[in-house]
Design a protein around this ligand. Structure first.
Ligand SMILES: *[C@@H]1O[C@H](CO)[C@@H](O)[C@H](O)[C@H]1NC(C)=O
Ligand SMILES: *[C@@H]1O[C@H](CO)[C@@H](O)[C@H](O)[C@H]1NC(C)=O
Ligand SMILES: *[C@@H]1O[C@H](CO)[C@@H](O)[C@H](O)[C@H]1NC(C)=O
Ligand SMILES: *[C@@H]1O[C@H](CO)[C@@H](O)[C@H](O)[C@H]1NC(C)=O
Ligand SMILES: *[C@@H]1O[C@H](CO)[C@@H](O)[C@H](O)[C@H]1NC(C)=O
Ligand SMILES: *[C@@H]1O[C@H](CO)[C@@H](O)[C@H](O)[C@H]1NC(C)=O
Ligand SMILES: *[C@@H]1O[C@H](CO)[C@@H](O)[C@H](O)[C@H]1NC(C)=O
Ligand SMILES: *[C@@H]1O[C@H](CO)[C@@H](O)[C@H](O)[C@H]1NC(C)=O
Ligand SMILES: *[C@@H]1O[C@H](CO)[C@@H](O)[C@H](O)[C@H]1NC(C)=O
Ligand SMILES: *[C@@H]1O[C@H](CO)[C@@H](O)[C@H](O)[C@H]1NC(C)=O
Ligand SMILES: CC(=O)N[C@H]1CO[C@H](CO)[C@@H](O)[C@@H]1O
Length: 553
């Protein structure tokens, strides 16, 4: 909580900021929705956008704070107020505000009800300057071409600690600062279908290659989604577009993309909405994905840059067809309002690149089921289910995977059955009903996973274990480098011990082996973990068969 008299002197004259005054400057873009609806109880009108009932956000270039510009504060509520079933966090809300910038920006947060009091900006290592003046919180967000994604949490808004000791806000507030949109992510309007505001229709028959959602509100209802015709390979969500729907590509060309800083919200769907049964709750893994598509007979890249997705009804992404033909490139991507169960993160297919991602998520988060994947810069607000990094469920041959710079700002695991942990491989799908299941004859030792590095992982607050791995294939040359767990959650929950039990081949019974599993610069609090304290302080307890494979440095 830095307090600079000079800083305040610059800000004080402008505490009375104007409303609905958005920025369209060279170095700052903000937006607003004229149909904001404050409503914490039920679905908002089709043409409305749920607006924070608590927070007002304004932004100015730090170099000139004579005028602060409004930045719409969105809000999500569990189950969209339609249901409390399959929803976590009932009674809480999650607000967010986004802007584009090209120089240092000063964000002002006003609370409708309370004084600012004490607060925390997460990830806590961002080191932003902030100060309080006349009941408002001012945060300076330095310019970065990679933007910032952070949470602002007020002490007097925290719930009583969860069983894991976690202090969660009742009314979350996320701020997403993104670089200005470069030309490569903004399609030209020629040969584009510019969608009319309101009920979305006709996108399944267009012959355009590009679909543009300009600023405004669009909706599909809970009984339809955005089915793009086979000509469409690019959908653009302008900053200020709010689209209630989910996007399905049918184009099988070399590249399909979704770009722009608008919002794609699944809020109108029930949990596990199955398009095959008129979007009622389904089964058999057929829930509606926010992003879906299909491969044809040649390689395809799904390029995703800029959007925020809200309230996914199920896994957020899956393609059908031959997955070896698909790869994913993702930048500056945000997922919020994931209160439903089974709201996974994205799929990173072979060759995928992911960068600068925020996940509020309630299932498998950073999924690495494919090789040659590089992910860098992820902030994770983890709900109760599944590890942050997941590479299990089936035996896989994997190599050349790097996941760097992951900050877990919250996690709410309460039992071993949650499959807790920062890095995890669940047992084979058929055997995985309860945590790291008792059937350990589920490996295929013909597969090898090697050349994998997880670096610069941070877990703030009470945390589950560093890893819990089902050895479903031969493991070699794995490295966890520079990991920090602030403190462990209570050990009686059975979430904190890192485990790697011995596994055997499902057919031959041959033992699955592990070699050269390096753990370097792992700290719990301020204590560095070595071979000597790995079990006592690091809570690492691998099967004795694998002890000799562990290298602490
Ligand atoms: C600061 O911004 C205001 C509003 O756009 C403008 O009128 C003023 O000229 C700017 N001041 C400087 C020093 O650029
Ligand atoms: C803020 O935190 C400090 C240090 O913990 C405490 O002394 C102070 O009372 C708190 N202020 C409020 C408004 O809660
Ligand atoms: C915080 O403000 C001080 C004083 O204005 C400045 O020297 C410092 O560079 C700032 N640090 C950050 C991270 O913005
Ligand atoms: C932007 O903020 C950073 C970090 O606080 C600071 O080092 C830098 O000097 C600022 N840039 C400008 C142009 O003020
Ligand atoms: C789907 O269900 C909705 C709501 O009951 C209904 O209005 C609509 O006609 C149904 N659509 C189809 C294709 O059955
Ligand atoms: C490793 O994966 C990256 C993509 O993440 C790729 O660029 C690189 O070529 C791969 N290296 C090898 C040896 O295949
Ligand atoms: C085990 O993995 C090998 C190599 O990927 C594969 O050829 C074989 O079919 C797998 N066995 C089973 C039972 O799935
Ligand atoms: C593991 O690394 C060693 C040393 O670099 C190398 O010789 C070996 O082939 C690697 N193992 C696998 C399975 O990649
Ligand atoms: C464990 O899994 C293996 C492989 O799927 C299966 O053959 C075996 O019957 C299972 N054992 C038990 C006790 O369920
Ligand atoms: C794993 O090591 C054990 C003991 O050395 C050995 O019996 C087994 O064959 C090895 N498994 C594989 C798949 O090589
Ligand atoms: C057009 C519009 O959204 N106007 C709003 C501007 O902000 C004030 C105060 O928040 C609202 O009362 C207006 O409805």
């Amino acid at each position: 909580m830095f307090f600079s008299p000079l800083f305040l002197a610059l800000l004080l004259p402008c505490a009375q900021a104007s409303t609905n005054n958005t920025a369209d400057l060279d170095d700052l873009t903000t937006w607003w929705h004229s149909t904001g609806e404050v409503n914490t109880e039920s679905p908002v009108q089709d043409g409305n956008v749920r607006q924070s009932h608590l927070y007002s956000i304004q932004v100015a270039p730090s170099s000139n704070t004579s005028v602060f510009y409004d930045s719409f504060a969105y809000e999500a509520i569990p189950g969209n107020g339609m249901t409390t079933e399959h929803s976590y966090g009932v009674g809480t809300t999650m607000a967010w505000s986004s802007f584009l910038y090209d120089s240092n920006a000063t964000v002002v947060i006003s609370r409708n009800t309370n004084a600012v009091g004490n607060y925390t900006i997460r990830p806590t290592n961002l080191g932003f300057n902030s100060s309080v003046s006349e009941g408002n919180l001012y945060i300076t967000v330095p310019y970065s071409s990679r933007g910032y994604r952070f949470s602002v949490e007020f002490d007097d808004d925290l719930q009583s600690p969860t069983v894991s000791g976690e202090l969660l806000p009742n009314n979350a507030l996320l701020i997403f600062a993104s670089p200005m949109e470069e030309a490569s992510i903004v399609p030209s309007s020629s040969d584009a279908l510019v969608v009319s505001e309101g009920l979305v229709s006709g996108l399944d028959t267009t012959e355009s290659s590009t679909v543009i959602f300009k600023p405004g509100v669009y909706y599909c209802t809970g009984y339809d989604h955005v089915k793009l015709s086979s000509s469409v390979n690019w959908v653009y969500f302008a900053p200020g577009a709010y689209v209630k729907g989910a996007v399905e590509f049918s184009n099988t060309g070399s590249k399909v993309q979704a770009t722009g800083h608008g919002v794609l919200s699944g809020e109108q769907y029930v949990w596990y909405a199955d398009p095959d049964t008129n979007y009622t709750t389904g089964s058999d893994n057929n829930g509606l994905r926010i992003w879906s598509g299909q491969t044809g007979s040649s390689p395809q890249t799904f390029n995703l840059v800029g959007p925020t997705i809200n309230a996914p009804p199920f896994n957020s992404m899956d393609w059908t067809g031959d997955m070896s033909l698909l790869t994913t490139t993702v930048r500056d991507y945000k997922q919020v309002g994931s209160f439903y169960e089974q709201t996974d993160g994205l799929e990173f297919y072979d060759g995928a690149q992911g960068q600068d991602i925020f996940y509020h998520v309630n299932d498998d988060t950073i999924k690495t089921y494919y090789s040659n994947v590089n992910i860098d810069g992820v902030v994770v607000w983890k709900m109760a289910t599944a590890p942050v990094v997941q590479f299990g469920w089936a035996s896989r041959a994997l190599t050349n995977i790097t996941i760097n710079d992951v900050s877990v700002i919250h996690q709410s695991y309460s039992a071993a059955e949650n499959n807790p942990g920062l890095i995890g491989a669940d047992n084979a799908y058929t055997a995985s009903t309860t945590g790291i299941s008792s059937n350990h004859s589920t490996a295929n030792v013909s597969n090898t996973m090697s050349g994998v590095t997880w670096s610069n992982f941070r877990a703030e607050g009470p945390s589950a274990c560093l890893f819990r791995i089902s050895v479903l294939q031969t493991l070699a040359n794995l490295t966890i480098s520079n990991a920090w767990i602030e403190e462990f959650a209570p050990s009686d929950l059975d979430t904190t011990e890192s485990q790697m039990p011995v596994f055997y081949d499902a057919i031959t019974g041959v033992q699955a082996n592990v070699s050269n599993f390096v753990i370097e610069d792992f700290r719990v609090g301020t204590t560095k973990i070595t071979a000597d304290n790995a079990e006592s302080v690091g809570q690492i307890n691998v099967d004795s068969t694998y002890t000799s494979a562990m290298v602490y440095q």
